[in-house]
Design a protein around this ligand. Structure first.
Ligand SMILES: *[C@@H]1O[C@H](CO)[C@@H](O)[C@H](O)[C@H]1NC(C)=O
Ligand SMILES: *[C@@H]1O[C@H](CO)[C@@H](O)[C@H](O)[C@H]1NC(C)=O
Length: 334
């Protein structure tokens, strides 16, 4: 009897202590977290170099009206090797489109995320060739993480539609057509010719590798497969439900959708995709997944175990912070 009552009191005090600790943790997060993202952008990062006038020009803001049909944002950290084929493929595709539709205007913004190699010089050589009307380099002084880099690129974009594409060229650029078809399907508007209308629509079209999963399951080690399923499970548990591939680096936004979703993006690292989709789902913005071609390219920046743990923590953080309302989603229509 004596023993049992001691045990019960221990359990009760233990539970109370856990609850108190949780409350303190929640309070601590609430006090130390700002509900909306605080975006750091250095003065130098507001400019791009124009080789014709040999001057630094100011990037416009995504909050201003669009002035080209499509912006392509390419986050790049030490990508001097993989970027050349990717840019060649993208420019080839886009130049062909201009031949077909002479009034079509595009821009590519390569965001060098504090690269230490020759990424910036490489991009500048393309700018020389194609002009800063079509290609710009946003040279970040400090590494932000992929989400931070994409965000600053989007903030500098002029497009009525905004695509972000990985620098490694793992996706085929011509698959943009597939994303545009899906956008056309849900908006009943043509993303190539009806930019003024597309600009204001709400939709996210994301490339997806889910259809390739069966094949890659066999090729990958058991360990990596377990990690992959673990990640899918955490995404499903904590954040977005009903999306098979949240991480594919090929996503198309209308300008308005990009304005709305990126202004509430808090995560700067790999899990930023998940938060973007979470924000879109919370705001009931339609998300369409489109199967695309994918080639695994060597030189992945994801260091297996550490990146996975970070992503897991980021996912849990997204869930906790939104649940206790330490993070909030802005929704302003201007
Ligand atoms: C177009 O959208 C409908 C639902 O609105 C869907 O059933 C159909 O599969 C879509 N077609 C394409 C080509 O995406
Ligand atoms: C590109 O954007 C312009 C300006 O809004 C628009 O008039 C045009 O239809 C769009 N598409 C093409 C192919 O020019």
């Amino acid at each position: 009897m004596e023993f049992l009552s001691i045990l019960y009191s221990l359990i009760i005090y233990g539970l109370l202590a856990v609850v108190a600790l949780l409350l303190i943790l929640v309070l601590f997060i609430l006090i130390t977290t700002s509900p909306y993202p605080i975006v750091e952008r250095f003065k130098e990062e507001e400019y791009y170099y124009d080789p014709v006038s040999k001057q630094k020009m100011k990037f416009p803001s995504v909050e201003t009206p669009y002035s080209v049909n499509l912006s392509v944002i390419v986050p790049a950290y030490n990508e001097e090797e993989r970027l050349t084929p990717m840019l060649d493929e993208a420019l080839d595709f886009l130049e062909n489109r201009v031949k077909e539709h002479p009034s079509y205007k595009y821009e590519i913004i390569v965001v060098s995320d504090g690269s230490k190699d020759n990424t910036v010089e490489l991009v500048q050589s393309y700018v020389q060739k194609y002009s800063s009307e079509k290609l710009r380099c946003l040279d970040l002084m400090k590494n932000r993480g992929k989400g931070g880099a994409v965000r600053l690129g989007v903030q500098s974009a002029r497009g009525a539609a905004i695509l972000f594409a990985d620098a490694d060229g793992a996706s085929k650029f011509e698959d943009l057509t597939k994303l545009e078809l899906a956008l056309k399907n849900i908006t009943k508007l043509d993303p190539i010719s009806q930019s003024p209308e597309i600009n204001d629509k709400l939709a996210v079209i994301i490339g997806s590798r889910a259809h390739l999963e069966k094949d890659s399951l066999v090729q990958r080690s058991i360990f990596r497969n377990i990690l992959m399923y673990g990640f899918h499970f955490l995404v499903w548990l904590f954040t977005v439900k009903g999306i098979k591939d949240t991480q594919c680096g090929f996503k198309l936004f209308t300008r308005k959708t990009a304005q709305i979703t990126f202004q509430s993006l808090h995560v700067n690292r790999w899990a930023f995709d998940v938060e973007l989709l979470y924000i879109a789902q919370q705001l009931r913005i339609p998300i369409v997944e489109v199967p695309i071609t994918w080639t695994e390219i060597d030189g992945s920046k994801i260091t297996p175990v550490i990146s996975w743990i970070q992503m897991g923590c980021d996912l849990a953080m997204i869930w906790i912070k939104y649940t206790i309302r330490a993070w909030k989603i802005k929704y302003e229509t201007n």
